[in-house]
Design a protein around this ligand. Structure first.
Ligand SMILES: *Cc1c(COP(=O)(O)O)cnc(C)c1O
Length: 362
């Protein structure tokens, strides 16, 4: 048995996709976001599964991610959302990748016939152009503007006006282009949150769900509307017990003696550490599931190993697996819970699982 591994359910990913697709309804295409190796679920396998489900677009962050999907035989359109455009425009065409352009200067660098999506910084203050509608009009006229997009900064915060202000800014630019006869084929604003919380006016004709495809939704702030998706995680993270031992009261455990046993204990040393992506911050505060029970992490998480309390599960032995993310019986731990204990976000937990952890598809 490997020291630590991931089990990914492609069936679950397909079910999540179908649910999002049903919610979006006819006339709204899905562009599943498979950047960062599909949030570590494996971009190739996820894209193959979703292409089979009918996805005709995928979003990635950079050119390398896009090329890897092409080499794996993905035929759907691929949008590259966050890379530089300094390479030869022919390279984009050869790889059949579609760039997102973030400033007006970028448009003139393109071959005039290469389709592109223009991102509007409607108020997030990150990627995208902040140019005025008239400047955008002047630069996009006569080009192959295929898509107009924006991204929301606070889409799960219902005590903030930011999402609506961003939508209005985007809509203003769309209308200015429209009245000049420029009508991009694709308009897209929404990621998981505006889908889950039913902000239908932002769905346009294309949506970019990532998180929901992997079985997660954000917890809202403020007075949230009804939550519409009931997706479930597709990823289980396991580790093997390398050694079980009994220690006396007063024994320190791990680096810095950050834990000292107050009673005789049975401890298990797991073959997983922060080099695998288990957050160091879980030291003395995280949990794992051992034999169907939640048991605490003792002392510091080290690079390759982590110690847990197995006093309540004395029948476990070296070689037995425990669950870091997933469920055993009716006890479960998901990336959101782990994130809360580690003081981070579930996205960072998922993307932080190291490539050293092998994946199997179940
Ligand atoms: C990552 C990303 C998404 C997907 O967001 P989720 O919250 O995972 O659904 C959508 N659009 C852009 C621009 C992104 O960077």
């Amino acid at each position: 048995m490997p020291r630590t591994w991931l089990e990914v359910s492609l069936d679950r990913i397909a079910l999540n996709y179908r649910q999002v697709s049903r919610l979006a309804g006819p006339g709204v295409e899905l562009m599943p976001v498979v950047k960062a190796d599909a949030y570590r679920h494996g971009a190739t396998a996820v894209a193959q599964t979703l292409e089979h489900e009918g996805a005709s677009w995928f979003a990635v962050s950079n050119v390398e991610e896009g090329k890897a999907l092409r080499e794996a035989g993905i035929r759907a359109r691929i949008l590259v959302m966050a890379d530089r455009l300094d390479s030869d425009p022919r390279a984009w065409r050869d790889a059949r990748l579609t760039p997102v352009i973030h400033d007006l200067a970028g448009i003139s660098q393109l071959a005039p016939t290469l389709p592109y999506h223009l991102k509007i910084d409607s108020g997030m203050g990150r990627l995208g152009t902040r140019a005025s509608a008239s400047e955008i009009l002047a630069h996009t006229r006569g080009t192959s503007l295929e898509g107009l997009m924006t991204h929301f900064a606070s889409s799960a915060n219902f005590s903030s006006e930011q999402t609506e202000a961003q939508h209005q800014r985007f809509e203003h630019i769309r209308q200015s282009l429209d009245s000049a006869g420029i009508r991009p084929r694709w308009l897209h604003e929404a990621s998981t949150n505006p889908l889950h919380f039913g902000q239908k006016h932002t769905w346009r004709n294309l949506v970019r769900p990532g998180y929901a495809i992997y079985g997660f939704v954000s917890r809202p702030a403020g007075k949230a509307p009804a939550e519409l998706l009931d997706v479930a995680p597709a990823l289980t993270w396991k580790a093997t017990i390398l050694l079980v031992k009994d220690i006396e009261a007063g024994s320190p455990v791990g680096y810095g003696a950050q834990f000292v046993a107050s009673r005789p204990m049975r401890i298990g040393i797991l073959g997983v550490g922060y080099a695998d992506g288990l957050p160091h911050r879980l030291g003395n505060r995280g949990h794992v599931i051992a034999a169907g029970r939640l048991v605490p992490i003792l002392g510091a998480v080290s690079m390759d190993v982590t110690t847990v309390d197995l006093t309540s599960t004395p029948h476990l032995n070296a070689g037995d697996p425990v669950t870091l993310l997933g469920s055993e019986g009716d006890v479960s731990l998901d990336a959101r819970q782990m994130a809360r204990q580690a003081g981070t976000i579930a996205y960072a937990i998922l993307c932080g699982i190291s490539t050293r952890v092998n994946r199997i598809y179940v």
